[in-house]
Design a protein around this ligand. Structure first.
Ligand code: ASP
Length: 231
């Protein structure tokens, strides 16, 4: 493990040389493409947090998204700093039960299950990463390959462990499914940690959203007053 960073650096350096043909401009182009790739992932994750989850809560519960957000924020902070849905699970459960009003019966079933298999942020990231790597290798993806990426990214995210970097490891399966070289993963290694922090926030928020929706549909969502939500 201690020598892993040097190995990754060497892998990245050799890929850079292959891609750039010794031209510095190509290296700069590759780095700016990496910036755009990160931006695409962050935009997708923001859409999940600011559009998709609010719509789901609005459709299936009576909870205001701001209240939900205030209630779940400490779990999001922990998810951001640990990059692990599993490490965040106790705080997610505590926040859902005490600050969102989800019953213990629902939270103790839905949240551990969600932390293991419900990783919206991870699947989104894997799909964007696979397309980025294909473009970097100059591979034109046809519609079937694009649909294969969607399907395998969903399955790979379900199979990914709720620990830091698991999504990146499972990305190898997605690349393999469309016949791409798994070595391409090295291209996105440099920016993966920060994206891991962000996608874990989305994963945890998704779990809390589902727990709230299930609790509401089962009549197991009690009202919690706003002062309590603030604490
Ligand atoms: N770190 C993520 C999580 O624990 C998994 C991943 O995408 O790497 O939710």
């Amino acid at each position: 493990m201690m020598t892993a960073p040097y190995g990754v650096f060497a892998l990245l350096a050799s890929l850079m040389v292959d891609f750039s043909d010794g031209d510095l401009n190509n290296v700069i182009e590759l780095f700016s493409a990496l910036g755009l790739y990160s931006l695409a992932v962050v935009t997708g994750l923001l859409i999940m947090i600011l559009v998709v989850y609010p719509i789901i809560l609005r459709l299936f519960t009576k909870m205001k998204y701001l209240d939900f957000f205030k209630g779940i924020m400490p779990a999001q902070m922990l998810a951001f700093s640990t990059s692990s849905s599993a490490a965040t699970l106790p705080v997610t459960m505590e926040r859902c039960e005490d600050h969102l009003g989800v019953s213990e019966e629902v939270s103790s079933f839905v949240l551990p299950l969600g932390a293991t298999i419900n990783m919206d942020g991870t699947s989104l990231y894997q799909a964007v990463a696979a397309v980025f790597i294909a473009q970097a290798f100059g591979i034109d993806l046809d519609l079937t390959q694009q649909l294969t990426i969607v399907l395998t990214a969903t399955l790979a995210s379900i199979g990914a462990a709720a620990v830091p970097g698991a999504g990146l490891v499972m990305l190898v399966i997605v690349l393999g499914a469309v016949g791409m070289d798994p070595e391409g993963v090295a291209l996105i290694f440099a920016v993966d940690r920060i994206l891991d922090m962000l996608r874990t926030v989305v994963n945890v928020t998704g779990d809390a959203t589902v727990a709230t929706v299930i609790a509401s549909s089962e009549g197991q969502l009690r009202a919690v007053n706003n002062d309590e939500l603030m604490s």
